[in-house]
Design a protein around this ligand. Structure first.
Ligand code: HEM
Length: 216
């Protein structure tokens, strides 16, 4: 239940973050204003950050405990395994989760602390004196290696959520012969829609559809 509840909180964040980021398609004014509003939250922003961090830590700690308990329950390996219901995604939740964690750490260094690309510090403020997050994202994703790593991280996030976003219903006791398979399909559709939404940003930048608002 703890994994399910922390998972729902993280899913809500991922949806909100995608909606915020998609504003890049509307223009620099929108995404720069959005970032400024977030930073203007001041101490509240820090409270939200700490809450999210605690949620991630609890989610990982409890899932790893569960995985260890699961393994201990059967110390001897099966000679032959044939999976009837377990999907690839459901069997690799720890692996996909840990790679997503590595992706998030890189992502924070990239766009929040901004230490991986020294050009981000050279960006001038936009006409309304706000940090130019728009151009930062464009310059960031113009690098093929960076964009490829994002697509990989997002792929694993989608794989993780294609199981996690519906299995939490079962963990919370909402299990029904008719409803559960439908939720599983809905969860998969939801996860891959998130993947398409997020990856549309680096892809649009690499295709030259979005250009920086200022030259460096
Ligand atoms: C193409 C994909 C993504 C883009 C373009 C993107 C963009 C950004 C940007 C621009 C920021 C800095 C915001 C600011 O300081 O104004 C940010 C922060 C952040 N992103 Fe993402 N993001 C993406 C995917 C993700 C994913 C998949 C996750 C989580 C699974 C995530 C988690 C975070 C977190 C936790 C922060 C820190 C928020 C804070 O400042 O406290 N991002 N992202």
């Amino acid at each position: 239940m703890i994994v399910a509840i922390t998972g729902i909180i993280l899913i809500l964040f991922v949806i909100g973050h995608l909606l915020g980021n998609l504003q890049i398609f509307i223009g620099p004014d929108w995404i720069n204003a959005y970032s400024r509003h977030l930073h203007d939250l001041g101490p509240l922003l820090w409270l939200i950050r700490l809450f999210l961090l605690a949620t991630v830590i609890v989610h990982i700690y409890v899932t790893i405990q569960l995985a260890i308990e699961n393994r201990r329950a059967r110390p001897e390996r099966y000679i032959d395994r044939q999976y009837v219901k377990a999907t690839f995604a459901s069997r690799h939740m720890v692996m996909s989760g840990l790679i997503v964690l590595a992706f998030i750490i890189y992502h924070l260094a990239h766009f929040t602390v901004r230490v991986t690309d020294r050009r981000f510090g050279l960006l001038k403020p936009d006409p309304l004196e706000r940090y130019d997050v728009y151009s930062m994202m464009v310059y960031g994703f113009q690098n093929y290696y960076v964009s490829s790593f994002y697509v990989l991280g997002l792929f694993l996030l989608a794989l993780h959520l294609s199981h996690g976003s519906s299995s939490f219903f079962q963990s919370l006791g909402l299990n029904d012969r008719k409803l559960t398979p439908r939720l599983a399909v809905g969860g998969r559709i939801f996860a891959w829609l998130l993947f398409v939404g997020y990856t549309s940003i680096p892809v649009a930048i690499l295709l030259g559809l979005i250009k920086p608002a200022q030259q460096l």
